[in-house]
Design a protein around this ligand. Structure first.
Ligand SMILES: NC(=O)c1ccc[n+]([C@@H]2O[C@H](COP(=O)([O-])OP(=O)(O)OC[C@H]3O[C@@H](n4cnc5c(N)ncnc54)[C@H](O)[C@@H]3O)[C@@H](O)[C@H]2O)c1
Length: 356
């Protein structure tokens, strides 16, 4: 009887035990995006763990001690480490966010796996090469680690519902336009992921250097054309976003046209008019009642990862998704460099993207 009581108490205590989390890399996405006083939405990994009722933010790690001290104070976290090995040696963690640049991801995943981590929230791009990305996926599989890649739109019910709408309501898709800036790796990995999420696998790409530059010479803007396996074409057009921020997806179906502002999720929806016309059918602007989510996408990502630890949810952006988005971007870069069309899948290579 006593034994049974003990088991029930232990189960109860375990269900109450919060998930112990840490953030490696206390830069913009790790911590500092939430610094803006006016900003009420949680935009960082640290903020997401801090405000989630099921998680405890117990430690921070960054090679830059000034950031450690700043965010240690902000989140009342006293366990601060400038070496990831020391972090894992000293703290028993369930979950870690890796918010450093892509060239360090594989090494940090190896350290986390060696120390028995259960879940990793890994910033995009998954890694700096396809071969390193594959290693990350294999390490996590072998060690039964839940691996979530931060292509955030997949966590957001707004995009989950929009995908259903696009797939069912707008007719046969004729063409897609993406207008973006900020570099083919930096912004492009998010774009390729969103395109795959909505329209399926890519079969080939063609790209060239854009005349409208990105602000990062190591991560140029490319213009290009993507063809999906289902033959839908998509045109990538780059802007110099130092003049104004802009990120838009335009989808032309046979029944309607959707323009989605990907920075604030505003939608413009135009439906083929039922009014009779002599020359050609016209489009009319209609209201589309898509609710924007109250919780931020990154906060929803942490919720997804946390519930996946107890197998209560499946991961919404897997290592394979991260790998495929990187493959799309590397294919576009290879095409721009060679002047040739590139067919996907690519062979797994050591070709490295610039990490910053
Ligand atoms: N998902 C998104 O929407 C989104 C947004 C911004 C950035 N990112 C991605 O997040 C990553 C980081 O970008 P950022 O803009 O936050 O960079 P950042 O330079 O602001 O921050 C990186 C931090 O990592 C620290 N660091 C580097 N190597 C380390 C190591 N080995 N151990 C501990 N700390 C280390 C640096 O000192 C720095 O503080 C990039 O891969 C970027 O693409 C994603």
């Amino acid at each position: 009887m006593k034994n049974q009581w003990f088991i029930i108490q232990t189960l109860h205590m375990n269900s109450l035990k919060k998930i112990q989390c840490a953030v490696i890399g206390c830069g913009r996405i790790g911590c500092s995006f939430d610094d803006a006083a006016k900003n009420r939405t949680i935009m960082t990994h640290a903020g997401s763990y801090f405000y989630n009722s099921k998680t405890n933010l117990v430690a921070l790690c960054d090679v830059d001690k000034s950031k450690l001290n700043k965010y240690g104070k902000k989140y009342s976290v006293s366990k601060l480490f400038d070496d990831p090995n020391e972090l894992f040696k000293n703290i028993d963690l369930d979950c870690v966010s890796i918010c450093t640049h892509a060239n360090s991801h594989l090494e940090l995943v190896k350290i986390a796996a060696k120390n028995g981590i259960k879940a990793i929230f890994l910033e995009k791009p998954i890694s700096n090469s396809l071969s390193n990305s594959l290693q990350i996926i294999e390490i996590c599989k072998k060690n039964k680690i839940k691996l979530l890649i931060d292509h955030q739109r997949r966590f957001d019910p707004f995009f989950i519902n929009l995908k259903k709408f696009v797939n069912n309501e707008i007719g046969k898709i004729q063409t897609i336009n993406i207008i973006y800036g900020g570099g083919i790796v930096n912004t492009g990995t998010h774009i390729i992921d969103l395109l795959r999420y909505f329209f399926g696998e890519i079969s080939s790409v063609n790209a060239s250097l854009s005349q409208n530059p990105s602000s990062n010479s190591l991560d140029p803007n490319l213009d290009g054309k993507i063809i999906f396996k289902n033959k839908i074409p998509c045109f990538l057009q780059a802007l110099d976003i130092s003049h104004y921020g802009f990120l838009e997806m335009q989808i032309f179906g046979t029944k309607s046209v959707l323009k989605i502002n990907l920075t604030n999720n505003d939608i413009e929806y135009r439906l083929v008019s039922k009014k009779p016309s002599l020359a050609y059918k016209t489009l009319e602007i209609k209201n589309l009642n898509f609710k924007k989510s109250k919780k931020s996408a990154i906060f929803l990502g942490v919720e997804n990862l946390v519930t996946s630890i107890s197998n209560k949810s499946t991961l919404l952006c897997t290592g394979q998704d991260g790998l495929k988005s990187l493959e799309g971007v590397i294919s576009l870069i290879k095409s721009a460099k060679s002047g040739q069309s590139i067919t996907i899948p690519l062979k797994i290579t050591d070709y490295q993207i610039s990490s910053k």
